[in-house]
Design a binder for this molecule. Structure first.
Ligand code: RNT
Ligand code: ZN
Length: 448
């Protein structure tokens, strides 16, 4: 059960008066008032919570160790990925990362998933080449996921490797380099399928490559043609969609690929439509004023399913921890309004090494869930009624009014019901774990 620090914040003075309700009772009372208020707008809070409980979020393993993985190659991250901060206690072994993840999941209501990258295999003394990895390197993760009742998702790792050092992988002009990465893509799908088969829920295996150029290319066409061909080779073998689903992730620019990204938005949109693959939309991968919330209904008109990398760019694709901002609400609202939850896989993608890494997971994931709750509590029918009557005045008025409905009371109640900490109580647990475990780790601080 959650400890009671948060509840003390709003139940101070309570101890003196035994007729006053306890913290839990207050949460229930607040919920009851909120439930009636939402009901007056035609919204059933119990139904919203029942739906919320069924939406899994895929937590990204790489928040736990600054995208380091377990190859221990010493290769720099590269690919335009940058993690800043040197907060102590990052995980350096699979067991540490699993322990940290367990701590994070215990703070998050609902049953969720874990998104692994290929570099997080358990390789033992001999680290294989990326084109030689297999499900055998992930049995520790699969067994643990089974035990924790988590689904797994997967990603080939096309960066932090000597053969990616010049910024090209699947679109590389050298056929030897290309076939190395094609093979990596193939074995990665098999690992995804093994995870899906073992856990009874398909793994989404997402391909993101760093390929691009710092300065203006003389040839934009050939790398894109090579990429399409390489991807076709990666996906040539059919895999049962109940075990593995393929996704491709587009991007506008990266550090070192400012002028040209081979796998641009248009490239992958076309690829995903023509091959009926999942498109991955990362919230940080577009122009700063462009939002993925507006893309969801367009893209899902043509692709079978969607993968989201919910992230937060600050001025650029900086992968800050997801906060409860307007775009997060908009993403969740689009998924609910469009009836897209069954066709959308919600993943997170941020990495912050300047704060407690478990807290980063807890903050970002709780926010994603809270935004989904807000969306499920929206009186959409009423808004649509105004819209269909052409009454845009009332539509705007109601949209503004619902922003201050008691979402927090329903959220607190959901946390209480789910047996996870209410309010800020989770932070106390993170601090205790930091004291008991994280600060004793010998890992060198991440480079700034
Ligand atoms: C990079 C992509 C990609 C990575 C992860 C680690 O710009 O967003 O999804 O963040 O694969
Ligand atoms: Zn991403």
């Amino acid at each position: 059960m959650p400890n009671s620090n948060w509840r003390h914040l709003f139940t101070f003075n309570v101890l003196a008066d035994s007729s006053m309700p306890s913290g839990d009772q207050r949460i229930e009372q607040s919920y009851n008032l909120a439930r009636d208020l939402y009901a007056s707008l035609g919204v059933d809070t119990q139904e919203a919570l029942a739906r919320l409980r069924r939406i899994p979020i895929s937590l990204h393993c790489w928040q736990g160790d600054d995208v380091a993985g377990f190859e221990q190659s010493g290769d720099e991250l590269g690919g335009g990925l940058a993690v800043t901060g040197n907060y102590p206690g990052k995980a350096t072994t699979p067991d540490e990362l699993r322990a940290d993840l367990q701590q994070a999941y215990s703070l998050i209501p609902g049953k969720h998933r874990l998104n692994l990258h290929a570099i997080y295999g358990e390789f033992g003394d001999h680290v294989p080449e990326r084109n030689e990895i297999g499900p055998e390197h992930f049995t520790g993760w699969i067994d643990w996921a089974k035990d924790q009742e988590l689904g797994l998702d997967f990603n080939p790792t096309y960066f932090a490797h000597p053969l990616a050092a010049d910024g090209l992988t699947l679109s590389h002009p050298d056929p030897t380099v290309r076939s190395y990465w094609i093979e990596h893509g193939r074995v990665s799908r098999k690992i995804g399928a093994a995870m899906g088969a073992a856990l009874g829920t398909p793994a989404v295996t997402n391909s993101w490559i760093p390929d691009g150029m710092k300065d203006t290319p003389a040839d934009r066409k050939a790398p894109r043609e090579r990429l399409a061909e390489s991807l076709d080779a990666v996906f040539a073998e059919p895999i049962d969609p109940t075990e593995n689903l393929d996704a491709v992730e587009c991007k506008l620019f990266g550090i070192g690929s400012e002028s040209y990204v081979v796998g641009s938005h248009e490239f992958y949109l076309g690829y995903a439509i023509t091959r009926q693959k999942l498109l991955c939309l990362d919230a940080g991968h577009f122009h700063p004023t462009e939002t993925i919330s507006d893309k969801i209904s367009s893209v899902l008109t043509y692709v079978p399913e969607l993968l989201l990398h919910v992230s937060r760019g600050v001025r650029w694709d900086s992968d800050h921890v997801v906060t409860l901002n307007e775009e997060l609400f908009a993403i969740a609202t689009e998924l609910v309004r469009g009836g897209y939850l069954d066709r959308t896989h919600i993943g997170l993608d941020f990495f912050d090494a300047s704060i407690n890494r478990i807290a980063a997971w807890a903050i970002g994931t709780r926010n994603m869930i809270r935004a989904l709750l807000a969306a499920l509590l929206e009186p959409t029918d009423k808004l649509r009624e105004f819209e269909s009557q052409g009454d845009f005045t009332a539509r705007l008025a109601l949209m503004e009014e619902i922003k201050t409905l008691p979402l927090g009371a329903v959220w607190d109640y959901y946390c209480l019901q789910s047996g996870v900490p209410v309010g800020m109580d989770w932070l106390e647990q993170v601090r205790e774990y930091e004291k008991s475990t994280l600060i004793h780790r010998s890992a060198k601080p991440a480079a700034l």
